[in-house]
Design a protein around this ligand. Structure first.
Ligand code: UD1
Ligand code: CA
Length: 459
């Protein structure tokens, strides 16, 4: 492989997105478009990666900055050729410059390798054959089939518009030629822009070899110019992700009703019902079952655990053979050991719950350490916040907490204790025994329930 520098063009406005956000920051599969392009560039291990940014000011560098990226500002934005010229001071005098577009996110490593394989003396353009080439630059070839020009749709004549072979935007150029070529570009075209694509005839004039590489699948060449195209690419990406999971043996109830916005790693015999969303890094061990409509973010789930429908889990570690949900919310910092049951309308935050403990209905467990074999009754809450600070609740092994208990943190319920229904625990309790608040219950004989008066006009 020749010495390669990558330049990612990302300065354009993206008018057709109709958004304040720079186009390359719109998310595809949960990450900015340009983050996909940067990842593809890194996989190639180039000498340097330059990002040309402009529209939207510092938003682009702020969103993706990293020590291995060089940011170059293009202001004003006068076209793709002008954009590449801004990066010239960073590209050295020889080797190959690989241009990627911040709005063409799905290009793959194998294709980029093919683009640079021709060496540093060749101009190579990545093309694709599209059923609908609308909006793309068309690849014009001579009678011998050699590419002679790339014509933008807005500049194309009717015959050229019928060409279905398009320019993906991705191009590898001999660095030594760049400065001369870019200086010779003009903006005499429909958009009054300096088109990078005009280097093709310049290369031919200079007798530099010109070649095309066809994308392995058209999707790699697809660009995002509108919300509709973004939505199509998203579906395309998700469909391909789902297909890979199916290949690995994951049972998907419906592969088109799955969204992975990050990485989903699955063990053997995992099954996932419809409409689930996985964000960040999610690991599901063998035999995990995910019910319909669950959202899991940056979470690990142990073998044999079942997540029931409508459950939301964020930054948690769930052990083996647990039952979570339906309608459970597990928040960051939660660690569940094996055989834990968290039922409907239970919220758990920053808490560690040991093996075989259960909170099956309507509870809030926050900033808590819960031992083994603990049962937490319906309506129980940890009062962890005093308005200023958060405090911890400790519930030791074998504790049984009745319904509707308030645990006012900081507080410890020692091993084996039973807390009666409706108790407010505001002091540490000794092990064993029963904890209750003295309460009375009376019965008022003959008491009458108020009745609504008729005819007083009130509703
Ligand atoms: C461009 C190509 C077209 C190709 C298509 C593929 C040119 C002249 N046209 O058209 O042949 O088929 O991409 O998607 O190159 N940009 C800058 N600075 C600028 C202008 C653009 O950095 O001054 C960046 C944009 O942020 C974007 C990329 O370059 O990432 C392409 O720009 P865009 O305006 O979308 O070009 P297209 O009209 O799509
Ligand atoms: Ca574009």
């Amino acid at each position: 492989m020749p010495q390669v520098n990558v330049v990612i063009l990302a300065a354009g406005e993206g008018k057709r997105m109709r958004s304040e956000l720079p186009k390359v920051l719109h998310p595809l599969a949960g990450r900015p478009l340009i983050a996909h392009v940067i990842a593809a560039a890194r996989a190639l291990r180039p000498r340097r990666i330059c990002v040309v940014y402009g529209h939207g000011g510092e938003q682009v560098p702020r969103a993706v900055k990293a020590p291995d990226l060089v940011f170059v500002r293009q202001r004003p934005q006068l076209g793709t050729g002008h954009a590449l010229a801004q990066a010239l001071p960073h590209l050295g005098a020889s080797g190959l410059t690989l241009v990627l577009y911040g709005d063409v996110p799905l290009v793959e490593l194998a294709t980029l390798k093919a683009m640079v394989a021709g060496g540093s003396e060749r101009l190579t353009v990545l093309t694709a054959e599209l059923d609908d080439p609308t909006g793309y630059g068309r690849v014009v070839r001579n009678r011998r089939g050699a590419m002679t020009a790339i014509v933008e749709e807005k500049d194309a004549n009717p015959a050229q518009r019928r060409i279905r072979e398009i320019h993906s935007g991705i191009m590898a150029l001999p660095t030594a030629r760049l400065e001369g070529w870019l200086a010779r570009l003009t903006n005499r075209n429909a958009q009054r822009e300096y088109y990078l694509t005009d280097v093709v005839p310049l290369a031919l004039t200079d007798r530099v070899a010109v070649a095309t590489v066809e994308a392995r699948t058209p999707r790699e060449a697809l660009g995002v110019n509108s919300k509709a195209e973004l939505a199509q690419l998203e579906r395309n990406y998700q469909w391909r992700y789902a297909a890979r999971l199916l290949e690995q043996g994951v049972a998907l109830a419906d592969p088109i009703r799955l969204d992975v916005r990050g990485e989903l790693a699955c063990g053997a015999d995992v099954s996932i019902d419809v409409n689930c969303v996985f964000e960040g890094s999610v690991k599901l061990a063998e035999r995990v079952e995910i019910g319909a409509n669950c959202v899991l973010r940056d979470t690990e789930v142990g073998p044999g655990t079942r997540i029931e429908p409508f459950t939301l889990i964020d930054e948690a570690k769930i052990g083996a053979n647990c039952r979570i949900g339906p309608y459970a919310r597990i928040r960051p910092g939660t660690r569940l050991a094996r055989d834990v049951h968290i039922g409907n309308f239970v919220e758990v935050k920053a808490s560690a719950i040991a093996a075989r403990s259960k909170a099956n209905h309507l509870a809030y467990i926050g900033d808590s350490t819960v031992g083994r074999n603990v049962n937490i009754g319906a309506g129980t809450i940890t009062c962890n916040y005093d308005g200023a600070e958060k405090h911890r609740t400790v519930i030791e092994d074998d504790v049984h907490i009745g319904s509707d208990v308030q645990l006012v943190a900081p507080v410890t319920v020692a091993k084996g204790a039973t807390v009666g229904a409706g108790t407010t625990v505001w002091k540490d309790t000794p092990p064993g025994g029963l904890v209750i608040n003295a309460k009375t219950q009376e019965h008022r004989r003959g008491w009458k329930r108020p009745v609504k008066k008729k005819g007083n006009g009130e509703q």
